[in-house]
Design a binder for this molecule. Structure first.
Ligand SMILES: C[S@@+](CC[C@H](N)C(=O)[O-])C[C@H]1O[C@@H](n2cnc3c(N)ncnc32)[C@H](O)[C@@H]1O
Length: 195
């Protein structure tokens, strides 16, 4: 794996981020924001930064956030998550990262666009506190298998959860994509890795 080199990563719009006095979680690629809003409401003792770079999706997320009375423990960020994390987070500051239904980039030539196969994962792991966790979910079996391979063999993390859910299990999706795939009879591969 190529070493992560942060000088090639563009700067985010924000110049700084003050760490909250609550356990910090980061979600990258939160889409229209169903998961972050529900998560913030359920976990009032935690602080979540939820990042989405597509303007139209971020605007929907922002509307959902405002419609839920703008929870003070949730920070919606319209940004490339790679830029924001790289330049604004110190080492060992994060308890949990969430990558829920990242674009699978299924062509073999696109492997370097999958988060687990990016040098950026080195930065994600250095931002995690000891015992911090990375949560990944996908509907693609190939992606789940490859993710476990990279996270355990390349990044030396411990896989502490590797489960498959379907709608028949009574599992209600946490995100829009998860709901969509489950309704179509698909599977949710749910993975957690520990530093
Ligand atoms: C397949 S969608 C899943 C959205 C949401 N997590 C869900 O499950 O409904 C992937 C999302 O990740 C966003 N995304 C991809 N790369 C990103 C990045 N580097 N920073 C921020 N958002 C990103 C895309 O814009 C898209 O909204």
């Amino acid at each position: 794996m190529r070493k992560f080199n942060q000088q090639f990563i563009p700067n985010p719009k924000e110049k700084s981020f003050t760490l909250p006095n609550l356990p910090l979680d980061i979600e990258i690629g939160c889409g229209v924001g169903l998961h972050p809003v529900q998560y913030a409401l359920k976990n009032s003792e935690r602080y979540l930064v939820a990042i989405e770079h597509t303007r139209e999706k971020f605007d929907k997320f922002l509307r959902r956030y405002v419609n839920h009375n703008s929870p003070t423990n949730l920070k919606p960020v319209h940004e490339n998550g790679i830029s924001w994390v790289t330049h604004l987070l110190p080492d060992e500051s994060v308890d949990r990262f969430y990558f829920l239904y990242p674009n699978p980039n299924p062509k073999p030539s696109q492997q370097n666009k999958r988060f687990h196969a990016m040098p950026f994962m080195e930065k994600v792991i250095s931002c995690l506190k000891p015992n911090g966790t990375i949560h990944m979910a996908t509907n693609e079996e190939f992606y789940a298998l490859e993710c476990v391979e990279f996270m355990t063999k390349v990044w030396k993390l411990k896989c502490i959860k590797n489960e498959i859910y379907t709608q028949a299990d009574g599992f209600i999706g946490r995100t829009h994509f998860e709901r969509k795939y489950l309704e179509r009879g698909g599977k949710a591969f749910d993975l957690i890795f520990k530093k």
